[in-house]
Design a protein around this ligand. Structure first.
Ligand SMILES: C[S@@+](CC[C@H](N)C(=O)[O-])C[C@H]1O[C@@H](n2cnc3c(N)ncnc32)[C@H](O)[C@@H]1O
Length: 400
C-alpha cells in the first residue's frame, strides 16, 4: 500500500515502525492506523490487552490496557491497585450493603449483590479475574469461632465455603487469561492441610497454572499482615510454564507506623479508663496463664499488628502510645485507611460514607492495594512477554 494512502509526509523511521507493527499484528497499515486513531479518539487508551492489538501494549508492564472484574469487592482494594496499573473494571460483586455504599462513593459503581445469584454468562469478558474470597471459614479466628458454635468451617461451611467453587464456575464460563486470588495465610494449613490441595487441584483441573505465595504487607505499609496470593495463568494461553515470579519487596526504607499518624487526632479515640484497665487486666491474666493474648502497643518506628475486622470492638490489637502514663488511643479512620494503603481515597472522615464500626470492618477485611499492585504488575509482565513474542498476540482463544 502506498504510504500516501493513509497519511502524507510520515518520516521514514515512523513509517517503518508502523509497517513492522502492523505486520506483527497481522493487520493492514490502514487498519493499524485506524485502530490507533480510535484509541486516541476514545481518550482512554483502554483497548483490551489480551485481544488482538499487541502494538498498543507499552514496552514496560507498568501501564497496559486490560479489563478486570472485582469479585467479593469489599471497598475495592483490588480495584485501586488494578486501576493504577491501567486496568478498567467491567464488573463488580459485593453483597454487603455498607461495603456497597463505600464502594459506590469511591468508584462510582454500585456493585451487584450475591455472587451466587449472578449468571456467569452475563459477566463481561475480562482479562483478569480478581477475588479476595471470604476468608472467615478459613481464618484461625473464624475456625475457632465456628468450632465453638459447633458450626462447619472451610468447604463444609455451606454459606461461605462454597464461594471458591463459585469462582471456579465463573472461570470455566469466562476463561479469563489471568486470575489473582487472595486469602488468609491459614488457607494453606486449614483442615490439617486438606483444603489447599483441593483449591490448587480445582484450578489446575481448569487448565490453569497456579503460583502461590504468602506475602507480608509490612514491606508496603507499616502493618504486619500476611496473606496468601494465588496467581493463575490459563495454560491454553500462556503454556505450561508462564514463568511468573512474585515481586521482590520494594527497596528503600521500611514503612514506619509513625508515618501514618494524624497530627491532631480527635480525643474521642483515646481509650476510656475503664477499657484501658480491662485490657491491662485481661493481658495480665493471659500472661500468667502462659499465653500471649493481649493488647498490641505499637512501636512507632516499627509496624503494627494485623488490623482485623473486629478492630471496632476495642481496638486492642493496634494501640497507639501517647507517652508516659497517658492512656493509649485507637487508630482514627483516616489512620486505619492509611495503614491499609487507602490513603489516597481517604483524606478526611467525610470521605467515608459509613459509620466508624462499618468502616473499621471494611478496612480490616480489605486487601492492601500496594501488594496487589506489585503482584499484578508481575503478572502483566508475563502477558506483555507473551504479546511481544510477535506471533500476532493472539492470546485469547476467542480471538484466535
Ligand atoms: C475478604 S473480603 C474482601 C475485601 C476486598 N478484597 C477489599 O479489598 O475490600 C470478602 C468480601 O466478600 C463479600 N461477600 C461474601 N459473600 C458474598 C457473596 N455471596 N456475594 C458477594 N459478596 C460476598 C463480603 O461482604 C466481603 O466484603
Amino acid at each position: 500500500m502506498p504510504r500516501e494512502y493513509a497519511l502524507r509526509r510520515i518520516p521514514d523511521e515512523t513509517y517503518r515502525w508502523i509497517e513492522s507493527k502492523s505486520k506483527a499484528s497481522h493487520v493492514s497499515v490502514n487498519q493499524f492506523l485506524l485502530d490507533t486513531v480510535e484509541v486516541v479518539r476514545e481518550g482512554s487508551g483502554q483497548l483490551p490487552l489480551f485481544e488482538d492489538r499487541p502494538y498498543l501494549v507499552a514496552s514496560d508492564s507498568s501501564m497496559v490496557p486490560f479489563k478486570f472484574i472485582d469479585l467479593f469487592a469489599g471497598i475495592g482494594g483490588f480495584r485501586l491497585a488494578l486501576q493504577r496499573l491501567g486496568g478498567t473494571c467491567v464488573f463488580t460483586s459485593e453483597w454487603d450493603k455498607f461495603s456497597q455504599k463505600t464502594y459506590e462513593a469511591w468508584w462510582g459503581d454500585r456493585p451487584q449483590g450475591d455472587i451466587n445469584e449472578i449468571d456467569a454468562d452475563e459477566i463481561p469478558d475480562h482479562d483478569i479475574l480478581a477475588a479476595g474470597f471470604p476468608c472467615q471459614p478459613f481464618s484461625i479466628a473464624g475456625v475457632s469461632k465456628k468450632n465453638s458454635l459447633g458450626k462447619a468451617h472451610g468447604f463444609d461451611c455451606k454459606e461461605q465455603g462454597n464461594l471458591f467453587f463459585r469462582i471456579c464456575e465463573i472461570v470455566k464460563a469466562k476463561r479469563p487469561p489471568i486470575l489473582i486470588l487472595e486469602n488468609v495465610k491459614n488457607l494453606k494449613s486449614h483442615d490439617k492441610r486438606r483444603t489447599w490441595p483441593v483449591i490448587k487441584s480445582s484450578l489446575e483441573s481448569l487448565d490453569y497454572v497456579v503460583f502461590d505465595q504468602t506475602i507480608d504487607a509490612r514491606d508496603y505499609v507499616p502493618q504486619h499482615r500476611e496473606r496468601i496470593f494465588i496467581v493463575c495463568f490459563d495454560s491454553k494461553v500462556f503454556g505450561a510454564n508462564p514463568g511468573y515470579q512474585f515481586p521482590d519487596p520494594p527497596s528503600g526504607p521500611s514503612p514506619k507506623f509513625r508515618d501514618i499518624l494524624e497530627a491532631e487526632p480527635d480525643p474521642k479515640y483515646i481509650l476510656t479508663t475503664h477499657l484501658w484497665k480491662y485490657l491491662q487486666a485481661y493481658a495480665a491474666k493471659h500472661k500468667k496463664a502462659g499465653n500471649g493474648f493481649g493488647y498490641g502497643m505499637t512501636d512507632l518506628d516499627g509496624v503494627s499488628r494485623t488490623l482485623s475486622a473486629r478492630y471496632y470492638k476495642d481496638g486492642s490489637e493496634v494501640l497507639i502510645p501517647r507517652g508516659g502514663r497517658k492512656r493509649p488511643r485507637r487508630l482514627t479512620l483516616v489512620e486505619a485507611a492509611r495503614l491499609m494503603g487507602f490513603g489516597d481515597m481517604v483524606t478526611a472522615r467525610e470521605d467515608i460514607p459509613v459509620s466508624d464500626t462499618q468502616a473499621y470492618k471494611q478496612f480490616g477485611n480489605a486487601v492492601v492495594p500496594a501488594v496487589v499492585e506489585a503482584v499484578a504488575r508481575q503478572a502483566l509482565s508475563v502477558a506483555v512477554r507473551e504479546l511481544a513474542r510477535g506471533d500476532g498476540g493472539c492470546l485469547l482463544k476467542r480471538t484466535c
